[in-house]
Write a protein that binds this ligand. Structure first.
Ligand SMILES: NC(=O)c1ccc[n+]([C@@H]2O[C@H](COP(=O)([O-])OP(=O)(O)OC[C@H]3O[C@@H](n4cnc5c(N)ncnc54)[C@H](O)[C@@H]3O)[C@@H](O)[C@H]2O)c1
Length: 352
């Protein structure tokens, strides 16, 4: 029996997202083999190598690339380093999966894409929320025409991250063009684009509600005008809880997608009578119960896969089979273009 060749993956940046999502996903994807990892923090590198049973550990990406024959480099370092590391890996002939935002500016992303095209390797930005099971179900429901024509979306992101990171004034998010917003906004931008098509930011409002005085702004509202309707993004980087909720409004009904709890409900379906409203409540309660039971069953039986797992597996398969990537270069470029406009509108002042 012929043995299926696995895709040899190297990972650089062994911090939070690598340990929380990328390394667990790669360890469970049959077609992938973690060939080596890299982090410039040697003690972290050693502990992550031990935790995930990876023998080849390097504190310098150049050395890793010269010693290991990789098919893919998975980049999980801070965004400020993505361009240099991606270009170096592309020159070594590696396909690249890179965490969002892939580049800090359109110009930087253009250089990354050009290096990948010249070396005939793929470049894929991680849009994990698009691949959450509940989002995949919502997208297919909307595509089927079940909610009518999409008229608009609202996306609310609550994150504890700023509050936590602001304890460290040297944290890398502080050096991003729009601070923590550069880190948090890519998700709601690509989600809005998925339902509205091309979008343009037309208004931005920022507010500082931080209890930590070294953060200049920690809440943002963004209004997007899209081909398929209007989008409103609210991002709070200083919430006591983590949550991401999206409302998609169609001409016949609306969807509420709770990405955190993996629950999708329908509303504006019950009419105006008291009976209709009561029925809508019952239907929503039933949806919450069935979604929760379905997710729980999938988790227990090992069938539940996070958005990260799904997109990483999709990229590995696209490398192995020479098929289309889960996120195209154009889709990634559009996220960075919109982020760049928002950054100009925000004019975030650095914290004192
Ligand atoms: N998709 C998501 O849901 C999600 C969630 C969190 C973070 N992220 C993204 O993942 C990336 C990393 O975020 P994080 O929170 O894991 O960061 P982190 O600070 O926890 O980890 C980054 C690691 O990279 C290492 N590093 C930095 N420069 C390096 C270099 N030149 N060579 C080798 N190692 C280097 C650091 O030592 C650190 O260990 C960011 O782009 C962030 O936006 C995505």
């Amino acid at each position: 029996m012929s043995k299926v060749k696995s895709v040899r993956v190297g990972l650089v940046g062994c911090g939070i997202i690598a340990q929380w999502q990328h390394l667990p996903a790669l360890s469970h994807i049959g077609e992938a083999e973690i060939a080596a990892i890299c982090d410039r923090d040697r003690s972290l590198l050693a502990s992550v190598g031990k935790k995930f049973k990876i023998a080849k550990c390097y504190d310098d990406l150049g050395e890793l690339l010269s010693k290991e024959k990789l098919d893919v480099l998975d980049i999980c370092t801070p965004p400020q380093t993505h361009a240099a590391l991606s270009i170096k890996a592309a020159e070594s002939g590696c396909h690249i999966l890179v965490e969002k935002p892939a580049g800090l500016t359109l110009e930087e992303f253009g250089r990354m894409a050009e290096a990948c095209a010249r070396n005939k390797v793929k470049l894929c930005q991680v849009h994990n929320m698009m691949y959450e099971p509940v989002m995949l179900r919502a997208i297919s429901q909307v595509k089927s025409g079940d909610i009518g024509t999409v008229m608009g979306v609202e996306i609310r992101v609550l994150s504890r991250r700023t509050a936590e990171l602001s304890k460290d004034p040297k944290h890398w998010t502080r050096g991003l063009p729009a601070g923590v917003f550069s880190e948090g906004l890519p998700h709601p931008i690509y989600l809005a684009q998925a339902f509205l098509g091309a979008v343009e930011p037309v208004a931005v409002h920022v507010r500082d509600i931080s209890r930590h005085r070294n953060v200049a702004s920690d809440e943002i509202w963004v209004v997007l005008e899209g081909e398929g309707g209007t989008g409103v993004i609210t991002y709070s980087g200083n919430s006591p809880k983590d949550k991401m909720i999206m409302n998609v409004h169609g001409t016949s009904k609306s969807l509420r997608i709770d990405l955190w709890n993996s629950v999708k409900t329908e509303y504006a379906i019950g009419g105006t009578s008291l009976y209709g409203r009561a029925m809508e409540n019952l239907k929503q309660s039933f949806s919450i119960l069935t979604c929760s039971a379905g997710t729980a069953l999938d988790v227990v039986t090992g069938r539940f896969h996070s958005g990260h797992f799904n997109i990483i597996r999709g990229f590995i398969q696209s490398v192995r089979n020479g098929t289309e990537m889960p996120v195209t270069i154009e889709q990634a470029r559009e996220v960075i273009r919109v982020l760049e406009i928002i950054t100009r509108l925000v004019q975030v002042k650095p914290g004192p």
